[in-house]
Design a protein around this ligand. Structure first.
Ligand code: NAD
Length: 356
């Protein structure tokens, strides 16, 4: 395994903690990238990584992405993330999540955990038995699940990108391909279907495919067909790295706007997309609905505050697209520049929901 300090994705992380609790069957990594704007907020992913190095690479990339996402979303939070190495279908247990909670508690509030791919509000509730630094808990008025806010932010961003690129204010008859029908992908598919879009999707989980086909009457295809078929918008909502030197030449889409973190495998892929004439909406800009939701709930915000924060995501995208066009650079570069300026700048005084 790479030494963390020399790891290609290290990116000056403040802390990287390896958790090995044999009694609980827990192997996990917690990465805190940057706490300059406040404690790091980021989800806990559970995934059967093929190696510890793959888990480390993923958590470092995700954690850094959270710093950028939180900065752009205008919340007083730094970026962090954690990963549990294990299969969410078979390896979950109360002991495992309690042990993960203890590990998070040992960081003294530098990292606030929430759910992510492979974990749920129920898992967060178990972690909360051993740490107070957990968000996304089920409450009287909410399910604790931030995914609907993420799906809404992506949906509003797709509307904005469509308006920008196709000069139209509705989605009727527009063909959208969604990869991944999990918590966010399913919610996004429903919003799109309700708006008259033609939705086609893929997922490696057959149950999720069946549910979407039964409940939403959307088309289900293989991943290959999804990536190579003609569509107007491609929405990656599974895992990262889907946009790369092999997939980009096969894509037949005009816009890419989805929830998955780290969709670009490398920065070169941003240029490849631009060369192919594809409008790429930066993932960490448009998938911030969930973290806005979590942040507002931690700080006593209301549903109105959450809705305003989510709506601001699409307004921010419009401003990024406009600046990118006027400067002749990619939206990804504009978003990166803005995030880096915010991260190194003074701390926000209040939660901002306005477009920056
Ligand atoms: P999820 O685990 O509920 O769903 C992911 C889905 O993708 C699953 O159904 C899984 O079977 C499917 N999948 C995995 N690999 C695939 C592949 N190769 N091809 C097709 N499908 C595949 O996760 P989620 O909460 O819906 O999140 C989806 C993505 O969005 C993740 O990258 C996550 O990090 C990101 N994200 C989620 C949130 C949130 O609020 N949940 C917020 C921001 C970003």
């Amino acid at each position: 395994m790479n030494n963390s300090f020399t790891h290609p994705e290290f990116a000056d992380h403040e802390r990287v903690v390896f958790v090995n609790d044999k009694a609980a069957g827990l192997q996990a990594i917690i990465a805190v990238h940057n706490t300059q704007q406040g404690p790091a907020i980021g989800g806990c992913r559970m995934w059967p990584y093929e190696s510890a190095d793959a888990a480390l690479t993923d958590v470092l990339r995700l954690s850094r992405g959270m710093t950028y996402k939180n900065a752009l979303a205008g919340i007083n939070s730094g970026g962090g993330k954690s990963v549990i190495i294990g299969d969410p279908q078979t390896d979950k247990s109360p002991t495992l999540f309690k042990a993960m909670g203890s590990a998070i508690e040992s960081l003294g509030g530098r990292y606030i955990v929430a759910e992510d791919s492979g974990t749920s509000p129920a898992d967060m509730a178990i972690m909360a038995e051993s740490t107070s630094h957990v968000a996304g808990l089920e409450g009287e008025a909410n399910s604790g699940d931030p995914s609907p806010s993420t799906a809404l932010g992506v949906f509003l961003s797709i509307c904005e990108a469509v308006s920008y690129r196709f000069c139209r204010s509705d989605l009727v008859g527009l063909r959208v391909h969604i990869q991944g029908l999990g918590k966010v992908g399913f919610g996004l598919a429903k919003l799109l279907v309700d708006s008259g879009a033609i939705v086609v999707a893929s997922d490696i989980n057959e149950n999720n495919c069946r549910r979407a086909s039964d409940e939403l009457s959307i088309g289900i295809v293989s991943n290959d067909e999804l990536l190579t078929g003609h569509c107007d918008v491609f929405a990656p909502c599974a895992l990262g790295g889907v946009l790369n030197e092999w997939s980009i030449p096969t894509l037949k889409t005009t816009v890419i706007a989805g929830a998955a973190n780290n969709q670009l495998l490398t920065q070169e892929d941003d240029r490849r997309l631009a060369d192919a004439g594809i409008l790429y909406c930066p993932d960490y800009l448009i998938n911030a609905g969930g973290v806005v939701d979590v942040y507002q709930r931690i700080h006593g915000g209301t549903q109105v505050d959450i809705d305003a924060g989510v709506a601001a995501i699409a307004a921010r995208l419009k401003s990024v697209l406009t600046e990118a066009d006027s400067r002749g650079i990619s939206p990804e570069k504009v978003a990166q520049e803005r995030a880096e300026k915010l991260i190194s700048g003074p701390k926000n005084d209040s939660v901002s929901t306005v477009a920056a």
